[in-house]
Design a protein around this ligand. Sequence first.
Ligand code: PLP
Length: 365
Amino acid sequence: MNFRTTRAEIDVDALSANANWVRQQIGTGKLLGIVKADGYGHGVGAVCDVLAPCVDAFGVGFTDEAVALRDAHTSSDKPVLILEGCQSIAELEVAAENNFWVVIHSLYQLELLEQAKLARPLCVWLKIDTGMHRLGLELAAVESFLVRLQKCNNVAGTVLMSHLANADSGMPLNHYQRQQFEQIKRQHSGFQFSLHNSAALLNPQLRGEIGENDWVRAGLLLYGVNPSAVTEVQSELKPAMSLKAPIIAIHELKKGDSVGYGSSWIAEKPSRIATVAIGYADGYPRQCGNGTPTAVCNKIAPVVGRVSMDMITIDITDMPEACVGDDVELWGARIDVREVANCADTISWHLLTGTSVRVPRVYRA
Ligand SMILES: *Cc1c(COP(=O)(O)O)cnc(C)c1O
């Protein structure tokens, strides 16, 4: 039971509609639903319950997240890919026991896999660096890794993957990475492949052919958010999370009065200011300055003054109907999370995953 009504409402129908929309986009391709970071902040158990019928497998960051997924979502045993792979033999044993799939991105991980004595063989996603230089083996090493994987008793099958550094933009590196990956595909027919994240799926420069041997690794799109800050495309997407908080106080300010820490906003005219029960400890970014939009009573009210730990202040001068107890939407169905992210000089992924544990998730159909 919570007295404070600040909450993240999760629209479960939106989740499945978004997943089905992604499915349409990828045709015969396979869908890896990315649910790392507690399902992008939406709650991994509930997200997986909804998405299980719509995806071919799930993807998480690391083994502990995969175990948490299994504990929270018990109604299906869809495979779970560990995107960073394992760092010890004990971890590989847990992966084998639970039927997890593992990424191998380095010689260190390949050697662990060769040394381990696993209860059953694992499906391995071999991660190749085509230009991002974060994880993955260099192209020249692919052949020798594949030979060793083929010999290894702990391997049940191999998918070749890479990750794009600039999928949401038109950088020349896109062209290079795509070319490299196309070459890998040509040289290794008979394997399955995975290059696309959400942004790559929507980027004509990167999309290419997606066939039955291609896995699309979609995260943000499943949660109904456009990965591109610039291109508008998919009106069918519906934001799954709406972050809401109540007005807990209203103050009438005179011209010249200031609001909040540092007096960073000063009323230029008599103003009506609402105090809302959400702050940076809830994951609402402290960087959101004056003018960041919120929605109250179907209108837009701008943030005024600094974001504090537990509260923000918004200007409701033009909304005489607004009163204490009314809900304010910080992002979601009415306020595009991209716009708030932009105001905070960050990205939508950061805001969704940053919604803190203090905020209850409430699931609605
Ligand atoms: C997180 C992640 C994704 C999903 O990215 P979105 O932009 O949210 O679709 C895909 N691939 C890898 C390797 C990731 O780490």
